[in-house]
Ligand binder design. Structure first.
Ligand SMILES: Nc1ncnc2c1ncn2[C@@H]1O[C@H](COP(=O)(O)OP(=O)(O)OP(=O)(O)O)[C@@H](O)[C@H]1O
Ligand SMILES: [Mg+2]
Length: 416
């Protein structure tokens, strides 16, 4: 039987390639948000961000939610889920309508019509669904860079947006897994959008910033300029490839090299002292071998350079080189690799910082890791939905997007 949804509970469910993570948040009467539960379990049915084994994913969801419920002491009824994978496509689109408001003044109906026109113009195929329509700017006649055109005078209203679609089949796999695990599915949020929500500041988005979430299976990127989303891309390589390289290069078991990567790995070889050593067990042998730590870094570095090379190519191909004045924020589990800032700076030639979730309260110590950026961002989206009290789809498409974001940031900042 479906559990009853409580008004003050919001839940983010990140179904990742290496882990399934559930974060429970409680909305206080003053609209502050507390993290009260975290549950996490290894993900066994996801490849490159896409569900490849529904049964294994259902079990993982049950376990992650169960653990989070026990920590929070509440029952979860409904969840907000992340979505990623190569099937997700983002494009910049534009539409125009005649201003029909009284005295040629833009009214709410004009704003809805211009957003709606984008979806109609974009003519999505039946096997694809609209995931997000993210406003960039409005233009009234020749006046551009308008965030909220309500009440402005003119004859033509144009809207520029970043328009994201996803495969209906891949969406259904997620919805079905959540449903079979016994929870109500609330809505989707693109994973890098959720991560960015959790780690970026308002100023970074205004100045221009590239957020890169390096997970196990994919590296997701999102670019903000002037407060709006300008580009999104899903690169099908992540931290698992680094581990595979180490297993091949060191001829050692995956579990062992994963541990070596996390504790002694470095993404930028010049940072490693040449005299440092690492003990490695060869596959099938009991004896240990001593390997210079510099050699481990020399295996990791080219793969990380390749990943940031793809990020660089995306920026170049979309005319975004040199546009992100606030630099790059790297998050996700891959951001925990030592030397990540140095290698990213070398390839991208921009200032780089590691993105930790900001503006959270409650289990801050436990949740304070780039690994939780996506799940926390999903919860923040859910919380906004509750406060503003409108379906997420409208919240995503409506003109008041930036305003809502500010409101949430404001009460999250106050909660800290
Ligand atoms: N301390 C660490 N140092 C280096 N790498 C790490 C560290 N901790 C985790 N990782 C790597 O981060 C990756 C997992 O990151 P994350 O939890 O963000 O992935 P995910 O969300 O499950 O996957 P995806 O987003 O690709 O679906 C793994 O490849 C893991 O090896
Ligand atoms: Mg992830």
């Amino acid at each position: 039987m479906a559990k009853e949804e409580k008004d003050n509970i919001v839940v983010g469910l990140d179904i990742g390639t290496t882990k399934i993570c559930c974060i429970i948040g409680e909305l206080n009467p003053d609209n502050t948000l507390n993290i009260t539960g975290i549950g996490q379990t290894p993900s066994k049915g996801v490849r490159k961000g896409i569900i490849s084994d529904i049964e294994a994913t259902i079990e993982g969801i049950k376990k992650a939610v169960d653990d989070a419920e026990r920590m929070a002491g509440v029952e979860v009824a409904a969840v907000y889920a992340g979505i990623t994978g190569e099937h997700v496509k983002g494009i910049n689109a534009e539409s125009m309508v005649a201003i029909a408001g009284k005295n040629k003044q833009v009214d709410q109906a004009d704003i809805y019509r211009v957003s709606e026109a984008i979806e109609l113009n974009a003519a999505t195929q039946s096997d694809r669904a609209v995931l997000h329509v993210l406003p960039q700017e409005y233009i009234v006649d020749d006046q551009n860079e308008i965030k909220n055109p309500l009440g402005m005078y003119g004859s033509r209203l144009r809207s520029r947006v970043h328009f994201i679609t996803a495969s209906v089949a891949r969406e259904q796999d997620i919805v079905r897994s959540i449903d079979k695990a016994g929870f109500f599915f609330k809505d989707f949020v693109l994973q890098p959008l959720a991560s960015a929500e959790a780690c970026l500041t308002y100023d970074e988005k205004e100045l221009g910033v590239v957020c890169v979430d390096i997970g196990g299976g994919t590296t997701d990127m999102i670019v903000y300029l002037d407060g709006g989303v300008r580009h999104t891309a899903i690169i099908p390589i992540g931290g698992q490839k680094v581990t595979d390289d180490l297993a091949i290069g060191l001829r050692a078991p995956i579990e062992q090299v994963e541990e070596i990567k996390k504790t002694l790995g470095c993404a930028y070889a010049p940072l490693v002292n040449e005299l440092e050593e690492v003990k490695v067990n060869l596959i099938g042998r009991k004896t240990e071998r001593i390997v210079p730590r510099r050699v481990v870094a020399e295996i990791i570095q080219p793969r990380m350079e390749e990943i940031f090379g793809f990020v660089q190519k995306e920026l170049k191909d979309h005319g975004l080189e040199g546009r992100a004045a606030a630099g790059v924020v790297v998050t996700g589990g891959g951001a925990l690799l030592s030397g990540i800032e140095e290698v990213a700076e070398k390839v991208l030639r921009l200032s780089v910082r590691v993105g930790y979730p900001i503006g959270i309260s409650g289990l801050v110590g436990v949740a304070n890791s780039p690994i939780y950026s996506t799940a926390i961002g999903l919860m923040v989206y859910g919380a906004r939905n509750r406060i503003v009290g409108q379906p997420l789809q409208q919240a995503r498409t409506g003109g008041g997007f930036g305003e809502m974001l500010q409101k949430i940031k404001h009460w999250l900042d106050n909660a800290f």
